[in-house]
Design a protein around this ligand. Structure first.
Ligand code: ATP
Length: 219
């Protein structure tokens, strides 16, 4: 589904990734581990097209991504949940969800109401907060909304950057549960994380060390 081959990335003259290769098959959960600064965010941002200058092969569902802008990559079905969430702080939960709503690039198109129903099944806590403004939510609630908002774009695959970082344990549990339910529903995911919460459930764990692929582990 996603193929990354020999990917290198630069911020100006500074090289951040050195020939990284990985693949994510349909329905697979692949976890990307590494210390701060190892290059996890850079790799996800390179895949979605918001990152630095890159060289190497990036294929999504057989299509070369390298020369496509980020919004085209999103339309092809890549859903990206950034570390900093980027919600519309003044909009309500419902408005944040509806602003993002888009039907799938392929397959039967669900209505906005059906998509909304699906995301509140994954994140029941959001159901009672639909009228709350995003700025009035806790960090964990905002993270749920950020994932839910990306799901409203009907992605075929999710790229998640540290979805459980800095979040209260009880909400971390809800987020992990939701991601595992998504996996059971067949969603392919590439998740950057430092705290190994999802690693135990992953099809593959890939360790980045100083911008390079260290080891492939199968739990
Ligand atoms: P963290 O968990 O701390 O975000 P990470 O594994 O995601 O770490 P990256 O943020 O991808 O790591 O950083 C990889 C390298 O690229 C680091 O050396 C970092 O300083 C550098 N880097 C990241 N973003 C930029 C940027 N916008 N401009 C210049 N260098 C950057």
């Amino acid at each position: 589904m996603l193929e990354v081959n020999g990917l290198s990335a630069w911020y100006g003259a500074a090289q951040a990734l050195f020939g990284v290769s990985l693949s994510v098959g349909p329905g697979e959960l692949v976890v990307l581990e590494g210390l701060n600064g190892a290059g996890k965010s850079t790799l996800l941002r390179s895949i979605i097209g918001l990152g630095p200058q890159v060289r190497g092969v990036l294929l999504f569902q057989g299509q070369a991504l390298a020369h496509l802008p980020a919004h085209t990559r999103a339309r092809l079905g890549l859903g990206y949940v950034p570390e900093d969430r980027r919600l519309f702080a003044d909009l309500t939960v419902l408005e944040n969800l509806l602003v993002a709503q888009r039907t799938a690039a392929t397959g039967a198109a669900p209505t906005a109401a059906q998509q909304l129903e699906q995301v509140v099944v994954l994140f029941p806590a959001l159901k009672s907060m639909l009228k709350r403004r995003a700025l009035e939510m806790s960090g964990g609630e905002q993270q749920m909304l950020s994932i839910a908002r990306t799901l409203m774009t009907s992605p075929a695959m999710l790229l998640l950057d540290e979805p459980c970082e800095g979040i209260a344990p009880v909400l971390v549990e809800s987020i992990v549960e939701a991601l595992l339910l998504l996996k059971r529903q067949g969603m392919a995911m590439l998740v950057a994380e430092q705290n190994a919460l999802l690693a135990a459930h992953a099809d593959r764990v890939i360790t980045l060390v100083a911008g390079q692929t260290g080891a492939y582990l199968t739990p």
